[in-house]
Ligand binder design. Structure first.
Ligand code: BG6
Ligand code: MG
Length: 224
């Protein structure tokens, strides 16, 4: 099959919002729940949906049985309100190194481009970054039944481009994301630690290293 499209994760691939998620969850956890989260806890929230992130934090604080659904929704809403204030600061300067050039190369190459982020704030973040026009489609995570590592989100990312899984490359920085790409039957490009992302077909240590030529070559080789 020929390579025709790219399905992107957002956080950690196009921009670094993890620090804002951390700041917002740390505030809500401490103010509302009396739980002090650590950077290690935050690591476990990457790629995890808003409500599931709250569950992780409650479990960490041994409070997983202490609240009603309505109270949990209130905590998650408070987190998102504060997070919204933080991401309002996002500007084109927050695009991770190399990613603007990579998106331009994809556009010039005539590739379809879609977004497969678990974040309901993704359209707002793309606007802040000034990148909305690069994307032919954005998966709406509210329409999904399962989060990463389930294949649903990356499968949808290809489908929205009108492409078969075998015609696209998925880009991810998280282990659960790479698992989602592979389970969807797509070619996985990992960004980060080679050992951690060993399931990916190709790994670049950082966004600055991502090369379209290298991806095209590896994709063609994988066709056998
Ligand atoms: C993912 C982040 O991209 O989006 C997670 O890595 C976050 O940390 C998830 O919880 C959901 O984001 P949002 O913006 O819908 O709360
Ligand atoms: Mg990510």
């Amino acid at each position: 099959m020929r390579l025709k499209g790219f399905v992107f994760d957002l956080d950690g691939v196009i921009t670094d919002t993890a620090r804002f998620h951390y700041q917002a969850w740390a505030k809500i956890a401490e103010d509302e729940l009396g739980i002090r989260i650590t950077p290690a806890v935050n690591e476990g929230l990457k790629g995890v949906s808003r409500m599931d992130s709250l569950e992780v934090i409650l479990k960490y604080g041994h409070q997983e049985h202490d609240y009603t659904e309505a109270q949990k929704v209130q905590f998650a809403t408070a987190k998102n309100d504060y997070y919204g204030q933080l991401i309002d600061q996002i500007s084109p300067e927050d695009i991770l190194p190399g990613m603007k050039a990579f998106l331009n190369a994809l556009r010039h190459g005539g590739y379809g481009i879609s977004l497969a982020s678990a974040s309901k704030n993704a359209p707002r973040i793309l606007t802040g970054l000034g990148l909305t026009d690069y994307f032919n489609a954005i998966v709406d995570p509210a329409t999904l039944r399962h989060g990463k590592p389930d294949p649903e989100i990356f499968a949808r990312g290809a489908e929205l481009l009108g492409l078969a899984p075998g015609e696209v490359v998925g880009l991810e920085d998280a282990v659960a994301g790479v698992q989602s790409i592979k389970a969807a039957g797509e070619f996985a490009v990992g960004i980060g630690d080679r050992q951690l992302l060993a399931q990916a077909d190709l790994v670049f240590p950082s966004t600055a290293d991502v090369s379209l030529a290298a991806i095209e070559t590896a994709f063609a080789e994988a066709q056998g």
